[in-house]
Design a protein around this ligand. Structure first.
Ligand SMILES: Nc1ncnc2c1ncn2[C@@H]1O[C@H](COP(=O)(O)OP(=O)(O)OP(=O)(O)O)[C@@H](O)[C@H]1O
Ligand SMILES: [Mg+2]
Length: 597
C-alpha cells in the first residue's frame, strides 16, 4: 500500500493556484506569451497539412491540390511551408522569452517574500528548524517552482494544444484509422497513472533527503574552525556520505520508475505507429486512403504521440512542484513578527525602567525543562545590574526575554511600567542594544558594521561612535581605514577589536537599555583597559544588564544578582555580598575572580 499523501491532492493544487498570485503582476506579458504561443502552434499544426499538399502536388494521378480556392504548384507549396516555419520560429522566440521572463520575475518576487517571511519568524521558529533545511527551501524548492513557471506551464499549454489539434486533424483525415490509433491511448494512461504515482512519492522523499545533506554542508561550513580543531573532517565526510547514500537510494528508485516509464512509452508509441501504418496500408490497398493522407495522418499522430509522451515529464515536474509549493506555502503561512520600522522606534523613547515580575519560562523547543522559575527584579532607569551565576542558570535566557525573543510563560516583563507585550515590538527592540559574548560581524566594511547599529547613520556619527569606543585609532592604522573589509564573520580582526566595534555599534544605536554579555576569553591587559574604558562610555546614562565574568565589570555595577537554576538567590553590591560568609556570590567571586579568601 502506498504511503498516504500528507495532503489531499486538491489542496495542494489550491496551494499551487496561490503561487500564481506571483504571476499576476506580469499577467499582461503572460497573456502575450500565450497568444504568441497559440499562433505559433497554429502554424505548427498546419505543417502536416502542408506537407501532405506538397506530396499531393508532386504525385501524378491524385486529385488536384486546392488551398483557399487556389491551385498552387509544388514550388509554391514549398515556399508557403518555409514561410510558415519562419513565422513559427519568430513567434516561438517571443513566446519562450516572455514565458521565461514572467516565470523568473515571479520567482524573484516569491524568493523575496519567502526570505522576508523567514527572517520575520520569531526566535522559537529557529530553535525548531535547521538553517540548512531553511536555505534549501530558498534554493531547491524555489528552483523547482521556477522550472514550472518558466518551462512547464509553457509545455502544458503547448502540448495540450498539439494534442487537441492532432486529434481534430486525424479525425478529419480518417475516422476509422483514428479509432485504431486511439484504442492504444488507455495503455498510455495506465502507464502514466501507475508509474507517475510512484515517481511523485519517491521524488518528494528524495528532495527531503537532499535537504538533509544540505544541512550537513551548511553546518560544517559555518563551523569549519570547529570541525578542523576537533579533527572531525572524516566524521563529517561520513555524515555527508551517509546522507547522500540515503538520497541515492531514494533517487535511484525514482529513476528506475521513471526509466521504466520512458522505455515503455517509447515502445508503445512506435508500436502504435506500426499499428497505424499497417492498418493505413490496408486502407490504401482498398483505395479508401491516399498516400498524402496517410502521411498527414502519421504526422498528426506524431504530434499526439509527442504530446502524450511529454505528459509523464510534465506530470512528474508538476508533482515535484506540488511538493515544493506545499513546503514553501507552509513557510509563507507562518505568522511572522512585526518588522520594526524606523518611525515606530523613534516615536517611543523608553526611559529604561525594567521590571521582571515572577517570570516563569521554558523554551518552546524543550517544554519539560523549566529555565526561569519565578524571577522578580526591579531595575530603575540608569541602573547597572550584573548577572552572575553558574553556567546554564538562565542568565542569557533572561536577556532573551528582555529582547522579547520569547514571552514569559507566566509573570510579566514591564518596561517603563507597561507590560512589554502591549508595546510594539519595534519600540522594545529599538530601545535595546546588545553587545554579545561572541561578536558576530558581517562580511562588509568596518563602516557598514558599525552602521548596523543604526542604518543610515551619518559619516560623522559613525566616526564619533568609533572614537568613543576606542576603535578609531586601530581603524585609522588600516590602509583602507573605514573601508577595510572585516572578512567573513569578522575573522580579519582580533577579538578585542571586534569587541570594540560591537561597542561602537551599540553606541551609535544609543539605546535606553543595554545588554552586555561579557566575553569570557581574556584579552591582553592593554586591550582589556581599552575595552573597560569603552564600556564605561557606553554604560553612562543607560540601564544595563551585564552578564559579568570580570571583577572590574562587576565592581562598576550598582547591583549584583546571583542567578541559580532559574531563580535569583542573592542581590546586593559586591561589598554587601562578600560580607555574607557562606554566600554563593562570595564562593563564586573567590573562584572566578580570585578575591576574598
Ligand atoms: N534555545 C534554547 N532552546 C532550549 N533550551 C535552551 C535554549 N537556550 C538555552 N537553553 C537551556 O536553558 C538553560 C539556561 O540557559 P542560558 O543560556 O540562559 O544559561 P546561562 O546562564 O546564560 O549560561 P552561560 O553562563 O553558560 O552562558 C540551559 O539549561 C540551556 O540548556
Ligand atoms: Mg549565557
Amino acid at each position: 500500500m502506498a504511503a498516504p499523501d500528507p495532503k489531499p491532492r486538491r489542496e495542494s493544487l489550491r496551494e499551487l493556484a496561490h503561487l500564481f498570485a506571483y504571476v499576476r503582476p506580469y499577467r499582461r506579458r503572460f497573456y502575450i506569451a500565450m497568444v504568441a504561443s497559440f499562433v505559433s502552434m497554429t502554424f505548427g499544426a498546419l505543417f502536416p497539412f502542408l506537407v501532405a499538399r506538397l506530396l499531393a502536388a508532386a504525385a501524378p494521378g491524385l486529385p488536384p491540390v486546392v488551398i483557399a480556392g487556389l491551385r498552387p504548384t509544388l514550388d509554391q507549396v514549398a515556399v508557403v511551408l518555409i514561410a510558415s516555419l519562419g513565422i513559427q520560429a519568430v513567434l516561438t522566440f517571443f513566446s519562450s522569452l516572455s514565458f521565461n521572463s514572467v516565470g523568473e520575475r515571479a520567482v524573484v518576487d516569491l524568493r523575496q517574500a519567502l526570505y522576508a517571511r523567514l527572517i520575520a519568524q520569531p526566535m522559537a521558529f529557529f530553535g525548531e528548524h535547521r538553517v540548512g533545511e531553511l536555505s534549501s527551501r530558498l534554493s531547491s524548492d524555489l528552483a523547482q517552482i521556477q522550472d514550472t513557471l518558466t518551462f512547464t506551464v509553457a509545455q502544458i499549454i503547448r502540448q495540450s494544444m498539439l494534442l487537441v489539434v492532432g486529434l481534430v486533424a486525424i479525425a478529419a483525415t480518417s475516422l476509422q484509422l483514428s479509432g485504431i490509433m486511439l484504442a492504444t491511448v488507455p495503455v498510455f494512461m495506465l502507464a502514466a497513472v501507475v508509474f507517475g504515482r510512484k515517481v511523485r512519492r519517491f521524488s518528494r522523499e528524495a528532495q527531503d533527503r537532499l535537504a538533509e545533506t544540505a544541512t550537513v554542508v551548511e553546518e560544517t561550513l559555518t563551523g569549519i574552525a570547529n570541525v578542523k580543531a576537533f579533527g572531525n573532517e572524516a566524521y563529517e565526510q561520513r555524515r555527508y556520505a551517509a546522507g547522500l547514500a540515503g538520497y541515492l537510494t531514494v533517487i535511484l528508485r525514482t529513476a528506475r520508475s521513471r526509466a521504466a516509464l520512458v522505455a515503455f512509452i517509447i515502445f508503445a508509441i512506435f508500436g502504435a505507429i506500426v499499428l497505424v501504418l499497417w492498418w493505413g496500408g490496408r486502407l490504401m490497398q482498398t483505395g479508401q486512403l491516399t498516400h498524402p493522407q496517410l502521411t498527414q495522418f502519421i504526422f498528426y499522430t506524431l504530434f499526439i504521440g509527442g504530446a502524450v509522451s511529454a505528459l509523464p515529464e510534465i506530470f512528474s515536474s508538476v508533482q515535484k512542484t506540488l511538493g515544493a509549493t506545499q513546503r514553501v506555502r507552509e513557510l509563507l503561512r507562518e505568522p511572522g513578527e512585526e518588522i520594526p520600522r524606523a518611525e515606530a522606534v523613534a516615536a517611543r523613547r523608553l526611559t529604561g525602567d525594567v521590571r521582571f515580575e515572577a517570570v516563569h519560562f521554558r523554551y518552546p523547543s524543550r517544554p519539560d525543562l523549566p529555565v526561569l522559575r519565578g524571577v522578580s527584579l526591579d531595575v530603575r532607569a540608569g541602573e547597572k545590574i550584573a548577572l552572575v551565576g553558574p553556567s546554564g542558570a538562565g542568565k542569557s535566557t533572561l536577556t532573551a526575554l528582555l529582547l522579547r525573543f520569547y514571552e514569559p510563560d507566566t509573570g510579566a516583563l514591564l518596561l517603563d511600567g507597561k507590560d512589554a507585550r502591549e508595546l510594539p515590538l519595534a519600540a522594545v527592540r529599538g530601545n535595546l542594544a546588545i553587545v554579545p559574548q561572541e561578536v558576530l560581524l558581517f562580511g562588509g566594511s568596518i563602516r557598514e558594521n558599525i552602521a548596523y547599529g543604526r542604518p543610515g547613520a551619518s559619516e560623522a556619527d559613525i566616526r564619533a561612535a568609533a572614537e568613543r569606543a576606542y576603535c578609531h585609532e586601530f581603524i585609522a592604522r588600516f590602509p583602507e581605514g573605514y573601508d577595510t573589509l572585516v572578512g567573513e564573520r569578522g575573522v580579519k580582526l582580533s577579538g578585542g577589536q571586534r569587541q570594540r566595534l560591537a561597542i561602537a555599534r551599540a553606541l551609535l544605536r544609543d539605546p535606553a537599555i543595554l545588554i552586555l554579555d561579557e566575553a569570557t576569553s581574556s584579552l591582553d591587559s592593554e586591550s582589556e583597559a581599552l575595552i573597560q574604558s569603552a564600556l564605561a562610555t557606553l554604560l553612562a546614562g543607560r540601564t544595563a544588564f551585564i552578564i559579568a565574568h570580570r571583577l572590574a565589570t562587576v565592581r562598576q555595577c550598582d547591583r549584583i544578582c546571583v542567578l541559580e537554576s532559574g531563580v535569583i538567590t542573592e542581590t546586593g553590591t559586591h561589598a554587601e555580598l562578600m560580607a555574607a560568609p557562606s554566600g554563593t556570590y562570595r564562593r563564586f567571586a573567590e573562584l572566578q575572580f580570585g578575591v576574598g579568601a
